[in-house]
Design a binder for this molecule. Structure first.
Ligand SMILES: C[S@@+](CC[C@H](N)C(=O)[O-])C[C@H]1O[C@@H](n2cnc3c(N)ncnc32)[C@H](O)[C@@H]1O
Length: 444
């Protein structure tokens, strides 16, 4: 990135869509303008800030909305930048739900993902069952929040509108008790401090808290005892991480106080969830996606001899598939989740490599639900060689999904249907299910 040349004065931009981060996108001459806070259908004045070195792209600051979108509303969260906050986690909160969903469908279309519809619910506040927070010092106290968009500047999230109220209460309890006990927040620059991040998850009645640290000898026993019973907290665990990635998920957690697991129900399946296992943030909408994984794109039920459940998490899809298929093979690399499935932790790359080497008969269906980064080239190539009649991919990373689909199509699979699920209203995130079949004519 280089500093954009003049003008320092505003430029008029007509916004046509949002990008993956929820920022408004519009063209000015040959340049693509990226304007956070602006929405499709709007005309805005924006100040150019930085020009991308490799693309004709200018990142700009919204100065004025000249012609607002009909769906523009006041953000229903006091942490939103439009209300003086600094949290950039929910860039679409200034749009009503219908407009958010239209913008998400358009953004998918721009990636070549033509969804037949977007499934959503009217329940757009207080829905999130799983959240991670970074810990930082603000004044004399600790605060829990997130990093501002494209930076490592922390933003307070106290009173977050989309977190389940129990998660908000638990986060407040962690901040208050850690402050009272003199726990030092992790400081990136000096590489000192104890508490770096906190994971919170709830089944809707109880909360598990995981304290993430970089220090092998961090002592959180007093904090764990103080937290138990506060704000619905039934269990506290600790996890150490030394990775430099942004996942903030450390090594498998060890229980410090109270319960080590929660029992959650999703799509009629009871699931034991540990402190760091994958939990869908919006169970009501995730359930619709899970049920669709058992059907064809036309809604016909699938069944057969064998199905593989790749990136299986703690196993809801595995169990749903087991009711329809004589044999279901799950694959999951995170030890805590693999243990819940009763299998060895293994990567999908390895799993597919072994199955291909064995020369087994192809399964009827492969379900793959990779993380945001997608399947990648090696997995797509191996998937295409399995000979499975159907592959259904569920993904929360549309850009990676679009790339994966091209690879699978080159490998002989045809796209039969695409559907979107609004699992994180307020944010730009969207879950997508794509149905693929080998050859051109899909068979149920
Ligand atoms: C988006 S989650 C889906 C989990 C599950 N299907 C569900 O819906 O609850 C992705 C899962 O893939 C696992 N994972 C990530 N990379 C993997 C890999 N290379 N091989 C196997 N599993 C992986 C993660 O630990 C996580 O549980």
């Amino acid at each position: 990135m280089t500093r954009a040349p003049s003008p320092s004065t505003g430029v008029q931009v007509a916004i046509t869509r949002i990008d993956a981060d929820g920022a408004g996108i519009g063209r000015v001459g040959d340049d693509e303008y990226v304007v956070p806070g602006a929405f499709p259908g709007e005309r805005v004045v924006a100040t150019p800030l930085v020009r991308s070195r490799h693309h004709a792209r200018v990142h700009a600051r919204l100065e004025q909305v000249v012609a607002p979108a009909p769906g523009r509303v006041r953000a229903p969260c006091e942490r939103h930048p439009s209300r003086g906050g600094r949290c950039t986690g929910c860039p679409l909160l200034e749009l009503d739900l219908e407009s958010q969903r239209r913008a998400k469908l358009d953004a998918l279309r721009a990636l070549g993902l033509d969804a037949d519809r977007i499934e959503g619910s009217a329940f757009a506040a207080g829905y999130r069952r799983s959240a991670k927070r970074v810990v930082f010092r603000r004044g004399g106290a600790l605060a829990l929040g997130s990093f501002e968009r494209r930076s490592h500047r922390p933003a307070d999230m106290r009173g977050c509108a989309i977190d389940h109220p129990l998660l908000s209460r638990a986060a407040d309890a962690v901040a208050d008790e850690a402050t009272r006990l003199g726990v030092e927040p992790w400081d990136e620059r000096s590489a000192r401090g104890e508490l770096e991040a906190v994971w919170l998850r709830t089944d809707g009645a109880r909360v598990l808290v995981t304290l993430v640290t970089r220090q092998p000898d961090a002592r959180f026993a007093a904090l764990a005892r103080a937290l138990l019973g506060r704000g619905g907290i039934v269990g506290v665990a600790a996890s150490r991480r030394d990775a430099t990635d942004n996942s903030l998920r450390g090594e498998p957690a060890r229980a410090l106080a109270g319960d080590a697991t929660l029992e959650c129900e999703l799509a009629g399946i009871r699931q034991r969830l540990g402190p760091l296992g994958f939990l869908q943030p919006h169970p009501e909408i995730a359930e619709r996606a899970y049920r669709d994984l058992l059907l064809t794109e036309r809604g016909e039920p699938l069944s057969g001899n064998e199905a593989w459940d790749l990136y299986a998490g703690a196993g809801v899809t595995t169990r749903l598939l087991s009711a329809r298929f004589a044999r279901v093979l799950p694959c999951e690399s995170y030890p805590e989740s693999a243990a819940a499935l009763g299998v060895e932790a293994q990567s999908v790359e390895q799993f597919l490599g072994e199955r291909l080497a064995e020369g087994r008969r192809a399964p009827t269906l492969i379900v793959a639900n990779p993380p945001r980064a997608g399947l990648g080239e090696a997995v797509c190539d191996r998937l295409a060689r399995t000979g499975a009649r159907r592959i259904t991919v569920m993904s929360c990373g549309p850009a990676a999904l679009a790339r994966d689909l091209e690879r699978l199509e080159r490998g002989g699979y045809a796209r039969c249907g695409v559907r979107a699920y609004d699992t994180l209203p307020g944010t730009a995130h969207v879950e997508v299910v794509v149905w693929l079949a080998s050859g051109a004519s899909p068979a149920p």
